[in-house]
Write a protein that binds this ligand. Structure first.
Ligand code: ARG
Length: 257
């Protein structure tokens, strides 16, 4: 009898602690949810850190123009910044599913992307350029891209543009550097990619060059989940950082011309 009683008692105690635990757990997780914007003060930035000078890894750290502008925005708004490196074509999904608070990756504002995310005001401009081998290239202009093998980074605007080129054989790589490698190995005839990373690739790989003729101008901006109130705060911070010269000086630190 005693045994049964103590078993019931122990059971009841277990129950109470289980209840307390779950109440606690429930509490903790609801704080964590609202913290995405207010309490925890950590904002997750989704990026693809293989895109010098905007984001790349140096001594195990993601550095570059985007990393520094993001840090300056977070500092201004009182958040800590956590940078999550992923494939470029995973960034928008990370943002729409709430895995990341924002995406910043030399990302061009496009109408198609605007259907799934909101963009801040642009923070800089870019152009898509064509990289070819210096010797014996079959491609000397945009028109020459017809029918050629063209390397791009998967899911980028470069990918989008060349998908419209007649009879082009588009080779999609998860990194721009792999597209450039394919070019130097003669596996593709050209690579279409953003101008600044293109310059970095040309500096690192002898024997390749950028053609004068380029594709349309683009604007880079930060993307956030649709309707996220942070977008307005980011825009205010970004405006202040543009007005006081911070954005310019960050860009000048990485792009010397
Ligand atoms: N600007 C291009 C786009 O938005 C390419 C961006 C690639 N960025 C990167 N971090 N890999 O599609």
């Amino acid at each position: 009898m005693k045994k049964i009683l103590s078993a019931i008692l122990a059971g009841a105690m277990l129950c109470t602690s289980a209840l307390m635990f779950s109440a606690c757990g429930g509490n903790a997780s609801s704080t964590a949810d609202s913290s995405k914007t207010e309490d925890a003060k950590v904002l997750h930035m989704a990026t693809n850190a293989a895109f010098e000078p905007y984001e790349y890894v140096e001594s195990n750290e993601v550095v570059g123009i985007d990393a520094e502008i993001a840090k300056a925005i977070c500092d201004k708004l009182g958040y800590q910044l956590q940078i999550d490196d992923m494939e470029f074509d995973a960034i928008i999904t990370a943002v729409t599913t709430g895995k990341a608070d924002f995406g910043m990756a030399g990302m061009t504002i496009t109408d198609e992307r605007k259907q799934s995310v909101d963009f801040t005001d642009p923070y800089t401009n870019a152009v898509q350029v064509i990289i070819v081998n210096e010797e014996d290239s079959k491609v000397a202009s945009k028109a020459d891209l017809e029918g050629k093998a063209i390397g791009v980074q998967l899911g980028t605007t470069g990918d989008l543009y060349v998908s419209d080129v007649n009879d082009a054989k588009v080779e999609r790589f998860s990194k721009g550097a792999d597209a450039v490698l394919a070019l130097t190995q003669g596996k593709v005839d050209a690579v279409v990619i953003d101008n600044q990373p293109a310059k970095a690739f040309v500096a690192q790989n002898p024997g390749i060059k950028i053609l004068e003729e380029d594709f349309a101008n683009e604007e880079y901006a930060i993307c956030l989940a649709k309707g996220n109130e942070l977008t307005a705060k980011f825009n205010t911070a970004l405006k202040e950082l543009k007005d006081d010269g911070t954005v310019d000086s960050i860009i000048k630190k990485y792009i010397k011309e």
